[in-house]
Each structure stands twice: as structure tokens, then as C-alpha cells.
Ligand binder design. Structure first.
Ligand SMILES: [Zn+2]
Length: 426
């Protein structure tokens, strides 16, 4: 059976890359708190309809109970941002499987790209595109796998669902919750976020904070004593750099993270003065630093925050400038918990078997070094979720890409997984 899968993919290499290109060429940038995923969702709806799937398209906010749910995150807008769910119904008697992923991308940003980010250019074994690695590519692989089964007339026992959701970036995840509340559950979910083909039964979590320093603004025409918050921020950057090193050295209790290179903590933005004006005319009133700090699944939101605050407090009291303009730490978006499936979950045996069939020696099984919306499945539904997606690089950066050969392998892996997990009907 693997031969059938493998030759379909080998004969459709150009077709697959063109499909990726179609997804990438329809921009779906998340411009928090709004986004414009509608066009790409309509394209996906149309594509999956042709594969004889039962289709559903709905705004997350149309789902009863969403905004009242404890995991709902406010201050986001959902006009023109529909979810799409396709169900390929099996003949019965098998286990069901959901491929769930987001179609919003981060904004293109101001940094220049070597290729048009919406072109899907293929060069030297890589295909480039905004959101292709994170994570239109992973969802494209699942859709290609479903088309493969349809064309090769391989029918399954269990249902396969493909759900493409909106607004995941910036801690969104409401749209994933909306699918669950609408009743789209299964015996297993695969979230094809980019894992470089590693099968990830658990993932890290994270929190985003804004640290604000306030001074006294203006110019001292009348001898006013000014206080420049930029100097406090500068001192704090050094404190954060020390925190980064301390944080990276933490180890997880979970053996899935045994080879983890360490927890990331990033400064993601520093702002002071009139950032939207061409010139500045005064000592600024305040300066802000935005940071993102990850944690292992065993760490609670409270523990992450307390650890960070304690580290900072100790440094702040030793510094004259920081004592004068102390940091005020506030949480920016929801805490994204690190979650996972039980260590002995039966899906791991199946995925590992599939990996060995398609890739001699198998694939790594390890914790994912990033946070995503998989916690919605693992904490708020009956559907356990693993993360497993394409190989590539430059997520949230210029020249985001997927590795083309490994992408073809991923399509094969997903098709095999559908067959092995859901069962072949005839
Ligand atoms: Zn993502």
C-alpha cells in the first residue's frame, strides 16, 4: 500500500508545489485584533468540497457558548474570519482523526525578503512563502493526503476531519475552541505546526509581557529635572539578558524534552518616543519592552511570572536608575499552557510505525519547542492532540520556507497515518 501512496506523491510533485503556491498567494495576515483570512478559507472550502467532504464554514463568534467559555480571549474581532471544517466520512468501525491548523500568518513585516513572500518561489530544494512553514504548508500536506486517498479510491473506516482555523497568532486560539464547542472532536488530532518532521506528544507554553518604565518628559528650559526612562530600559535589557541565560539552563521533568536546547526568552520590541512621527522633540515620558518567555508543560502561569518577577526584583534593587524608574510588568495576551498527551497514548505507537514505513530509522519523538493552540484540545476537549509538521525554517521571519523533499515525505506520512489510524475499509 505504501507503494501506491509513494508513487502518487512522486507523480504529483509539481501539482503539490502549485497547491502550496495557491495557498501562499492569498494573503491572510493577522493584524491583531483583526485579520482577513476569508479569501484563503473560501479557496480551501472549494478545494475540500470537491473531495466529497461534508463542509462547514462559520464565524467563531457564531458558535453558542464561545464568548462565555473560560478559555475565550477577548479584544479580538471576527468579522470576515470564518473557520472551515471538512469531514471525510468513513464507512464506520474505525478511529477518527482531525488535522487542525491555522491559516492566519504573522504580518509580512518590514524586513526585506529575497523573494516575494506571496510567490511560493521554489529554489534549491526550498519553497518560500509567508506562512508556508507556519503553517499553511502543514495543512496543505493534509489536504494533499486526502486528495491522494480520494483519487486512489482508498476508503477508510474512521472519519478524517480537516479544520482550518483563523486567528491563532498572538495567542488567539478562540477559533480552535469554536470548532471544539461546535462538536468537532475525534480520537486524535494532529496539529501540523512546523516540527521539522519530529512527532511531538507535548509542547512548551509561554507568556508575553510588557515592561514599562516611566520618567519625566520634556526639555529643561526652566531647570526642570527630567528623568529619561530610556536609560532605565537600557539597564533592564541587561537584566533581561541575564535572565535569558538563567532561563535557558532550566531543565524539564519530562523525558520528551531531554534533548531540548533550553527555554527561549526573547525581547521582541522596544519602544520610546513618538514611534509614528518622523522626528522626536523631547525626552520621552515612557519606554516599553515587550518580551516572550516560554516554559515547560509542568510550569504554571503563576510560576512562570513569579520566577521572572523575582529574578528582576533582585537586580532592580541593586541598580540606582532602575530603583528610580522601576519596571512595571503587565501580561499582554493569554498564557499559552504547554500541554500534551499521556506518555502511553496509543497514537504514538501508530505514528511511530508510520514513520518507520516511510522513513528508514523512523523520526524523532520529542517535545515541541514552541507554544501553539494545541492546548485547546488537550485541556478543553476529549480529543488528544499531537503536533507534527513540516521541515523548514525562518518562521516569523523573512524568507520563511519549507524543505521540498521532506514536504513530499510529509504528504506520504499523513496519507499513511490516515490509513493506519482510521483503518482501511476494503
Ligand atoms: Zn503557527
Amino acid at each position: 500500500m505504501y507503494k501506491v501512496i509513494s508513487s502518487w506523491v512522486d507523480e504529483h510533485r509539481q501539482y503539490i508545489l502549485d497547491f502550496n503556491k495557491s495557498l501562499v498567494s492569498i494573503p491572510s495576515e493577522n493584524r491583531y485584533p483583526v485579520g482577513d483570512e476569508k479569501q484563503v478559507q473560501e479557496f480551501i472550502y472549494c478545494f475540500l468540497s470537491k473531495l466529497n467532504c461534508e463542509m462547514d464554514m462559520f464565524l467563531p463568534t457564531e458558535v453558542p457558548g464561545l464568548t462565555e467559555h473560560e478559555a475565550f480571549l477577548g479584544n479580538r474581532e471576527y468579522e470576515n474570519r470564518p473557520n472551515v471544517v471538512a469531514r471525510k466520512r468513513g464507512v464506520g468501525g474505525g478511529k477518527s482523526l482531525i488535522f487542525s491548523g491555522h491559516v492566519d500568518t504573522v504580518p509580512k513585516g518590514e524586513d526585506p525578503w529575497s523573494f516575494d513572500p506571496f510567490s511560493g518561489t521554489v529554489k534549491d530544494g526550498k519553497q518560500y512563502g509567508l506562512g508556508l512553514f507556519d503553517m499553511k504548508g502543514g495543512m496543505a500536506a493534509a489536504m494533499m493526503a486526502l486528495q491522494l486517498l480520494e483519487e486512489m479510491k482508498i476508503s477508510l473506516q474512521g472519519d478524517v476531519l480537516i479544520e482550518t482555523v483563523v486567528d491563532e497568532e498572538y495567542g488567539g486560539s478562540n477559533a480552535t475552541l469554536a470548532c471544539l464547542l461546535k462538536g468537532y472532536e475525534a480520537d486524535l488530532a494532529i496539529v501540523p505546526e512546523p516540527t521539522n518532521l519530529a512527532i511531538c506528544p507535548v509542547n512548551q507554553g509561554g507568556s508575553m509581557f510588557r515592561i514599562t518604565f516611566r520618567g519625566r518628559p520634556g526639555r529643561s528650559f526652566s531647570g526642570e529635572k527630567l528623568n529619561n526612562p530610556v536609560f532605565a530600559a537600557a539597564r533592564f535589557l541587561d537584566v533581561f539578558h541575564q535572565y535569558e541565560n538563567y532561563h535557558r539552563s532550566k531543565r524539564s521533568e519530562s523525558h520528551w524534552f531531554a534533548n531540548d536546547p533550553g527555554l527561549p526568552a526573547y525581547v521582541q520590541g522596544v519602544k520610546a518616543g513618538p514611534v509614528n512621527l518622523p522626528l522626536s522633540d523631547r525626552v520621552p515620558s515612557h519606554c516599553t519592552i515587550d518580551v516572550w518567555i516560554q516554559c515547560y508543560p509542568e510550569t504554571t502561569e503563576e510560576e512562570l511570572r513569579t520566577d521572572f518577577e523575582d529574578f528582576c526584583r533582585e537586580k532592580v534593587v541593586q541598580d540606582e536608575i532602575l530603583r528610580d524608574m522601576p519596571p512595571v510588568i503587565e501580561k499582554l495576551i493569554r498564557f499559552l499552557p504547554g500541554t500534551g498527551i499521556p506518555v502511553n497514548h496509543p497514537s504514538l505507537e501508530v505514528l511511530s510505525k508510520v514513520a518507520h514505513i516511510a522513513h528508514p530509522g523512523g523520526l524523532p519523538i520529542q517535545g515541541a519547542p514552541f507554544a501553539c493552540d494545541s492546548f485547546m484540545f488537550n485541556l478543553y476537549s476529549q480529543t488528544p492532540a499531537v503536533i507534527w509538521g513540516p521541515k523548514g525554517g525562518n518562521a516569523h521571519a523573512p524568507d520563511e520556507y519549507i524543505d521540498v523533499e521532506e514536504f513530499f515525505l510529509l504528504v506520504k506520512l499523513y496519507a499513511l497515518t490516515m490509513m493506519e489510524w482510521c483503518g482501511i475499509a476494503s
